[in-house]
Ligand binder design. Structure first.
Ligand code: TMP
Length: 234
């Protein structure tokens, strides 16, 4: 399958049309941004790791009943995916307090949460991806009540599956962000699952193995991505 016209260039990926009307190619970049694009940089080799890691996780999720857009890995950085219409929501699930949750509620980072927390942000760069609740989502028409129910149930199931997946690699899944897309009359998982979009801590040392190392200038960014990939590829 060949790349035709580039349809979209995001902060971390490009999306291309293919000869097949119903298939796209995603091409992962090494570019990294944080704080709605305010902080810019590059993480050497990130595109390859995020591509391959997403594909492994998506295949694992598919085997466990979570339909998603993965079709075929084409190269180190390129994957063939089903064409979906992205629902403009960042669906966040948290197991341990960190990041914006810790800041907003004054809960120390690392505090286990008594239940998984589901949050939504409206995917809109101009507005800075504001947090949005379910009634606001249905009121604006971002998703219907039924679609939102499917997304919420699926996100919590994905959380349980991914917690197990990562723990087997001695990694704690602190929180993550996923996106869904409309595919015919179905809603399926799309986008990526990578150290860009998850908080991943070493289960023993609690060392951060994710994009927080870039966001917070902690150093060892490339090494953290490589460490996650080393544990996952086995
Ligand atoms: P937060 O604590 O900053 O709200 O982030 C929650 C999770 O979502 C964390 O795993 C990082 C991920 N995330 C993204 O993937 N993209 C984003 O733009 C943001 C803000 C967070």
């Amino acid at each position: 399958m060949k790349k035709l016209k580039m349809l979209y260039e995001g902060k971390a990926k490009k999306v291309y049309q293919t000869e097949k009307e119903n298939l796209y190619i995603v091409d992962y970049k090494d570019d990294a941004t944080a704080f709605n694009g305010l902080k810019k940089g590059s993480i050497l080799g990130k595109g390859v790791i995020n591509n391959k890691m997403t594909n492994i996780v998506f295949q694992y999720l598919a085997e466990n009943g979570i339909e998603n857009h993965f079709v075929e890995e084409l190269s180190d950085r390129e994957t063939l995916v089903k064409k979906v219409q992205i629902v403009p929501l960042e669906v966040i699930v948290r197991n341990i307090a960190a990041g914006s949750f810790s800041k907003k509620f004054g809960v120390e980072e690392g505090t286990p949460l008594k239940n998984p927390v589901l949050e939504f942000s409206y995917k809109n760069d101009a507005l800075g991806d504001p947090m949005i609740n379910e009634m606001q989502i249905t009121a604006i028409g971002i998703a219907t009540e039924k679609e939102l129910e499917t997304i919420s149930k699926s996100a919590l199931k994905i959380n349980a599956l991914m917690q197990k997946f990562f723990l087997e690699k001695e990694i704690i899944l602190v929180d993550f962000k996923i996106e869904f897309g409309k595919y015919g009359d179905k809603i399926i998982l799309a986008d990526e699952v990578s150290p860009d979009t998850c908080r991943l801590w070493d289960a023993n040392t609690k060392e951060k193995l994710d994009k927080d190392r870039f966001r917070r200038d902690l150093g060892g960014v490339e090494e953290a991505y490589q460490e996650v990939w080393r544990r996952i590829k086995e």
